[in-house]
Design a protein around this ligand. Structure first.
Ligand SMILES: Nc1ncnc2c1ncn2[C@@H]1O[C@H](COP(=O)(O)OP(=O)(O)OP(=O)(O)O)[C@@H](O)[C@H]1O
Length: 348
């Protein structure tokens, strides 16, 4: 964007009315412009609430967005485990869930069924530990099974309220878990937070092209709105499992399956015990076209690393626990830790 009053994006069409104009995204000149949708839906004009947000955010050192192109790639899992890890490093951490239509953070942090409390300082986050507070619309829903069917302005309003009214106190890190894609929530969070300084965004993906195509769009969104891409995390790179976690089945002639796990494991224990320390690696999502690492080189953004698919991580997430204190997460926790250490050093 240009720094003048008109806020004309660099790649705008000729006769662009400016992204802050009432005509933004709607004028004839906007037809076919790559920014048309963003301009049409973004709030316009100076917003007095931005001052209140800036005051709230003044006590927060590092704000990090966690994004993904597609849903189901492990973005909330990463945001949750990143928050656990930062808190375990003795940082003061806040985790803000702005996935308004599908808030999974309360469950992933073991906080299902908790309520938000209000004090004269604002809304209090729900605390996992004294140094890890969480805020999510999930705490406000009377019935977790009920769909949240909100249009952009209402989502925008709640995100603004989260930023204005939550009393985080002093934080080293505020991790923001966004919904997949580049929609109203993303435009709002960037618009409200950008002036207060966002360290950057982490984008989570799986290795196959179907997911990576959308990551390219996410990177392009970050570039357009001026958010630094801290790096890409390739999640579920391959399935890694120890043989002792296998379930063995044998099909019978009648088409049924018998569970023969006990028999198979006792056979291995007696005849080839060294196999019990072997980890099986199996590619689930096709990465033959180079996966996230190749895309990062092409798009000139940092590649942070790979996290294998680990059934023990999935279980820890289901139970709202940190994988770093789970002795069984032996394949995922070290990979996540390496990535998080890189991130922490890039925030210094
Ligand atoms: N590395 C992994 N190994 C095993 N399971 C994983 C891994 N990463 C994520 N999962 C599991 O995959 C499922 C989807 O993850 P998650 O909800 O974090 O995705 P998401 O990208 O945030 O999805 P959405 O944006 O649609 O909410 C969860 O059950 C999670 O436990």
């Amino acid at each position: 964007m240009d720094s003048g009053n008109h806020q004309i994006p660099e790649n705008a069409n000729e006769h662009c009315p400016g992204s802050q104009s009432e005509e933004a995204g709607k004028a004839d000149a906007c037809a076919g412009c790559p920014n048309q949708q963003i301009c049409a839906t973004a709030p316009k004009g100076p917003d007095p609430d931005l001052v209140t947000i800036a005051e709230r955010m003044a006590t927060i050192k590092h704000k990090i967005l966690v994004l993904s192109g597609k849903g189901g790639v492990g973005k909330s899992t990463f945001a949750a485990q990143l928050s656990f890890a930062l808190a375990e490093m003795d940082s003061q951490v806040g985790l803000l869930d702005i996935d308004i239509c599908g808030p999974s953070i309360p469950k992933m942090l073991g906080l299902e069924g908790q309520d938000i409390h209000q004090s004269n300082l604002g809304w209090s986050p729900v605390y996992v530990e004294s140094n890890l507070g969480v805020m999510s619309i999930g705490f406000m829903l009377p019935n977790p099974d009920e769909a949240v069917i909100w249009r952009g302005p209402r989502k925008n309003g709640l995100i603004k309220q989260f930023l204005k009214d939550v009393d985080w106190g002093e934080l080293d890190y505020l991790v923001v878990d966004a919904p997949p894609g580049t929609s109203d929530e993303h435009i709002s969070i960037v618009q409200f937070l950008q002036a207060t300084g966002i360290v950057g965004a982490i984008i989570v993906t799986t290795p196959q092209q179907v997911s990576l195509i959308d990551v390219r769009k996410e990177i392009s969104f970050c570039k357009k709105v001026g958010i630094q891409v801290l790096g890409i995390v390739e999640n579920m790179s391959e399935l890694r499992q120890s043989i002792s976690d296998f379930r063995f089945v044998k099909s019978t002639e009648s088409g049924h399956e018998n569970d023969v796990t006990e028999w198979a494991l006792s056979y291995i224990r007696s005849n080839a015990p060294e196999l019990l320390s072997v980890i099986s690696c199996c590619e689930v999502f096709d990465s033959s076209r180079g996966g996230a690492a190749k895309m990062c080189a092409e798009m000139r953004v940092p590649f942070l690393g790979k996290v294998p698919m680990d059934p023990h991580l999935c279980r820890a997430v289901e139970e709202g626990r940190s994988c770093f204190t789970d002795q069984k997460c032996t394949v995922s926790a070290p990979a996540l830790r390496t990535i998080i250490e890189k991130l922490v050093s890039s925030c210094q």
